[in-house]
Design a binder for this molecule. Structure first.
Ligand code: TSX
Ligand code: MN
Length: 562
């Protein structure tokens, strides 16, 4: 069936999914136009160990990607597609990543046997007739072949063929594995296109910040998972009355390119949000709560028998008769919603969506933020000395693990540019691409590193976070304007205590000192860890990266070999 993306077609698919149990309708009074999908219990998250880059040379995938040769990948996975769709309908889903009519948008075509995938692609991309219109008589599109197969993790593979711009995915119906426009195309395949064509496909939110003067700045930010990217993208300004406004352009992916004015310009290739539900509440993200208040597909949340959805963090009062994400009566001990349960919702429903979110030219970027979750070491914010130093900061960024399930808690995982699972080629070559881009942008954005998660000795968060992060954004803008006060430290420029507007926050002097502090001994310990991380990349690592590390070691006045 060729999907046209129309409302009538969508309604037909939904009716079929209601009939076969793929979806259930939620209470129209509290969640109008919204549905619940329960995935197979073994198919609740992306499966990185089953995700492969199939380049001819193993070296082109690099040490951080799983690799198969294109020949081996196809030989292994083609049999899993054999008769896989028998008895099901095959949907042909043309879609556009990027605003319709934008010269920076790209067409994909996903063939799938999952109606749930079609319904989600309709929200997450510009799907159907507009995509065929944009393709016109051309043949430039990224084909993606998807089947849920038998959903067995033993017969699940997500393969990327960057040299022929092709995606194969079998055995999973879950978001990032099955909605091929998102991580597979807009990040993995797009990153390889971008490298060839001189642009960047990044795992970044895009936000708009308006000042009382009317001046508007756009900021991109890349964080590893569990750092609150969607929350930052939809931040509610605590200083809105004073004229400081925040609007959302995107929450997950940015396609960036040098503009004719020498600045870096960004478009959000997506049309919707596929966000983590737990932790989303009226205090943490009121804009997301309003966005998902209607016309939303929920996957793996808890629900009452009457169809009222619930998840950890929605409010303090779980309904008495709740069914957990698997549909079993909730025993009130485990999680009611799956920790990776999701909402799929149109970006146009977001109250904070920017009027320029579909601008065909994109938006000019003033600053790029990187960050991670660190209880110690990383200060609340610092500015990189220049582009190349910023690339080093981004390449070495790390986050402490939170969930016991993933191993030791508090272990630092390096996740360069938050792209570790999403870079379609050798990550060391990717660092090289970032360095090269610096020479192609006459007026590069300033680069910052943030850490909202610094704790005191007793394990209390020192920074209030959420809306108050605006104050950090405002310091960044002042730096860009050449105004904000800063002191030079070995790791970068840190605000002087009076350069941050902390009015009304009631932070103690010692809290501020710790938040903005750069402890030499703690950073000295980082150096060998970064060196060990870099060693993984061997000869592909650009010399600038080791030079930046040596320079950091120098500034910390330790020997380069320490
Ligand atoms: O998203 C978060 N952000 C970014 C918001 C724009 N979270 C949630 C992380 C999980 C996805 C945060 N958690 C942030 C943050 O800035 N900061 C923290 C840590 C924190 C948690 C609770 C409080 C304060 C800080 N609560 C009180 O102070 C009452
Ligand atoms: Mn993401």
């Amino acid at each position: 069936m060729w999907c046209d993306g129309s409302d009538a077609e969508n309604q037909r698919l939904i009716d079929q999914m209601l009939a076969d149990g793929t979806l259930s309708k939620l209470d129209a009074r509290v969640a109008p136009g919204s549905y619940l999908h329960r995935s197979h219990p073994s198919d609740v998250a992306r499966t990185e160990h089953l995700t492969f880059i199939c380049s001819r040379e193993r070296d082109d995938a690099g040490p951080t990607n799983n690799w198969m040769s294109p020949k081996d990948g196809k030989a292994k996975v083609a049999p899993l597609f054999e008769s896989a769709m028998k008895g099901r309908t095959m949907y042909v889903v043309p879609y556009v990543m990027g605003p319709l009519g934008s010269p920076f948008s790209k067409v994909g075509v996903e063939v799938t046997d999952s109606r749930y995938v079609v319904a989600n692609m309709r929200i997450m991309t510009r799907m159907g007739k507009p995509a065929l219109d944009q393709l016109g008589g051309g043949d430039e599109f990224v084909p993606g072949l998807h089947s849920i197969g038998d959903l067995s993790p033993d017969r699940r593979y997500i393969l990327h063929f960057p040299e022929e711009r092709l995606i194969w995915s079998v055995g999973s119906g879950y978001g990032g594995n099955a909605l091929l426009g998102k991580k597979c195309f807009a990040l993995r395949i797009a990153s390889t296109l971008a490298r060839k064509q001189g642009w960047m496909a990044e795992h970044m939110l895009i936000l708009e910040l308006t000042l009382p003067s009317g001046e508007v700045h756009y900021i991109c930010a890349a964080f590893p998972s569990a750092c609150g990217k969607t929350n930052l993208a939809m931040l509610v300004s605590p200083l809105e009355k004073q004229g400081y406004k925040v609007r959302t352009v995107g929450d997950d992916i940015a396609w960036l390119r040098p503009g004719p004015d020498g600045r870096l310009w960004a478009v959000n290739p997506e049309a919707g949000f596929f966000g983590v539900v737990p932790g989303t509440g009226p205090d943490t993200n009121p804009n997301a709560m309003a966005t998902i208040g209607h016309d939303t597909i929920f996957t793996n949340v808890a629900v009452t028998p009457g169809g009222v959805p619930w998840w950890e963090g929605k409010d303090k009062n779980p309904p008495a008769d709740l069914l957990d994400w698997q549909g079993k009566p909730w025993d009130r001990t485990g999680k009611a919603a799956h920790p990776n349960s999701r909402f799929t919702v149109a970006a146009s429903q977001c109250p904070s969506i920017s009027p320029r979110w579909e601008d065909a030219q994109g938006v000019p970027i003033s600053a790029i933020i990187f960050g991670g979750r660190r209880a110690r070491v990383a200060p609340l914010v610092f500015q990189a000395f220049d582009w190349n130093h910023g690339v080093f900061v981004a390449a070495t960024m790390g986050s402490e693990t939170t969930a016991a399930a993933t191993g030791k808690v508090g272990v630092v995982r390096r996740d360069p540019m938050a792209m570790l699972p999403f870079c379609g080629y050798n990550m060391a070559d990717y660092f090289g691409h970032w360095l090269r881009m610096g020479t192609a942008i006459a007026k590069p954005p300033a680069i910052f590193h943030v850490n909202w998660f610094r704790q005191d000795a007793s394990g209390q968060f020192l920074w209030p976070g959420f809306g108050q992060n605006l104050r950090v954004l405002l310091w960044m803008i002042e730096r860009i304007q050449g105004k904000g006060g800063a002191i030079e430290t070995p790791v970068g420029f840190v605000p002087t205590p009076d350069a941050l507007n902390l009015d009304g926050l009631e932070l103690s002097k010692s809290a501020i000192e710790t938040l903005l502090g750069v402890d030499r001994d703690e950073w000295v310990d980082e150096v060998p860890e970064i060196r060990a991380f870099f060693d993984r990349f061997g000869g592909h690592l650009p010399a600038e990266m080791t030079q930046s590390l040596d320079a950091l070691a120098q500034r910390l006045s330790v020997t380069a070999s320490a």
